[in-house]
Every structure is written in C-alpha cells, then in structure tokens.
Design a protein around this ligand. Sequence first.
Ligand SMILES: Nc1ncnc2c1ncn2[C@@H]1O[C@H](COP(=O)(O)OP(=O)(O)OP(=O)(O)O)[C@@H](O)[C@H]1O
Length: 325
Amino acid sequence: MALIEARELVKDFHRPRRRTGRFAGLRTLVSRERETVRAVDGVSFAIEPGELVGYLGPNGAGKSTTIKMLTGILTPTGGEVTVAGVVPWRRRQDNARNIGVVFGQRTQLWWDLPLVESLRLVGKLYRMPRARYEENLAKFAELLDMRPFLDTPVRQLSLGQRMRGDLAAAMIYEPPVLYLDEPTVGLDVIAKERIRKFVADLSSTSGTTVLLTTHDMDDVEALCERLILIDHGKVLYDGTPSALKDSYAPHRELVVQLASPCEVVVSGAQTVESRDGVVRLSFNPVETPAAALISELFGSYPVTDVSLQETDLEDVIKKIYAGRS
Ligand SMILES: Nc1ncnc2c1ncn2[C@@H]1O[C@H](COP(=O)(O)OP(=O)(O)OP(=O)(O)O)[C@@H](O)[C@H]1O
C-alpha cells in the first residue's frame, strides 16, 4: 500500500448564497439560502515513501482543502484517504504522529514563548525521549542556523526565522510525512534557498515523504520530482515535470547568433524571430534532433554561437490553466 492514498476524494462546502445589488453584503449575511461549493471533486493519487511531490493549482483549485483532509482537520464528503494506513479524521492523534505540517501563512508556534520553549513543548506533546529530543534540536539548530534566535520569543522573529522554527517544530518528532503549504511565501531569495535546501536534505537523508503546495515555480524546479496539477478540484496531470513539458510544450527553441544578418531556412525548424543577426528557431526534438539542426546551421550559415532554450515550467503551467479558465 502507498504511504499516502486518496481515492475519489470529494469535499463540499455549504455557504450562504451571495446576493448582488443594493445592500448585497447585508442581504448575504441574513439570507437563509445556501449554496454548495465542490472544492475537491474526485481526487485520486498514491504517493510512495520518500517521494517529493508538488501539489499545484491556481487560487481556489482545492489544494489546501485536500491537505486539510490529509491532516484530519476536515472530514471528506466522499471518497477515502489513508496516510501510513491511518484514516486521518477517524484517528486524528495517530495521524498527527505520522505527519509534520507547515502552513506558510500562519505559525503553529506559541507566539509569546521563546522558540526553544515552543520546540520543547512539541517534544513533550509527542512524548519524545529527552536524549532524542536534544539530539534533534542540536541537529536542526545547526541545519537551519537557528542558534542566534533560539531564545527569542516567536512574536519577535522575522518571517524567515519563524519559518525555520516552524519547520523544526514540524520535524523534531521525526514524522515520516511532511506537508508544506506555501512554505516560502513572502521570504527573500536567501531564506527561500535555505528552506529548499533543508527540505531536499530531509528527503534525501531521512527519506521523508513530502507533499508541497506552492505558487513559486523555483520551489518546484528545485525540489519536485513529481507534480500533481489540480484545477476546479480535479486532477489535470500526475507525472514528472519533464513529461509535463514534453506533452504540453513539445517544441524547443534554438537561439542562433550570425556573423552577419541573413535569412535562415533549415528543414524541421520554423523561424520565430529574426533581428540584428540573432535568429530564434522553434523545433520539435522528437522529429528533428537538436544535433542535426545545429550541424546543418553550421554547414550553411555564418554561425558564431548557438544556445538551446530550456522550456520554462511556469509558462507551461500558465498555458494549461489559461486553456481551462
Ligand atoms: N471553509 C470554507 N467554506 C466555504 N468555502 C470554502 C472553504 N474553504 C475553501 N472554500 C472554497 O473551496 C475552494 C477551494 O479552496 P482551497 O483553499 O482549497 O483552494 P487552494 O487551491 O488552496 O487556493 P489558494 O492557492 O488560493 O490557497 C474555493 O472555492 C474556496 O472558496
């Protein structure tokens, strides 16, 4: 059995029907009419131990709702979920031992306590043996460079410091599964890099299974070997980033620098742009191998340089969302 399994998962929310026109806000507030929003609509996936999976989708796609069902905070309307063999909302305490959770938008630490006290409370809550707790605290303090602010109250930490504290709190009791919901939102470039490195190390050294939701494609490029894309509560894609690029954007671009401007015509490639001796060619590498194209160019034109453009994952994903909205 996979470590995390969702089968035909559904979640409906009921909320007051929104009114329009004069006093719309007030009329919505007092209205007894309800409408149903299907936030998650038949989602299925199976995640094996040690996988690092990006769970992506536009705003309102149903990502956080799925994560909340995996953590046991929400009960599904339909379908099934097991995490390490446990049905999360039926056995919330057992499930909590198996998972670490970090929500980028809010902290799970005690606001008024020094960070180290918050971590100690987490250790106690999970009944960690003292020696093991001390060992892990020392390891995380080192890896996340937390020593300078371990004694600072959480409310005085910067966002980047707090996120590191949150990650330590989520992992100090060594759960096999980590859910990360927008872990780098609002952080500067250095802080983002530090979080990504920590997550990558955790995955490679401890074999932690990670499910990551993010709108930051650099997080995805740096970390995810598998992507699950959802929109309107349904899975659109489940596979590797490179297979996603190949199926949704099969064409690659070659940028050719010429010694003097001229028209370039080669078989198996179309000119996208030609300006000041720089020509951008589009081609399908399955039909026309890049090596054949480059050798024909060098044989026929005064080429001084060529470079192959990587397909941008963000562009591919934008295209997929745009095609559905
Ligand atoms: N408690 C709730 N009550 C009513 N509707 C809700 C509730 N929580 C979420 N929704 C609705 O469910 C849908 C999915 O929301 P969800 O927060 O899961 O999306 P998301 O993919 O995490 O979005 P984002 O990227 O903006 O965080 C949205 O239409 C949202 O308005």
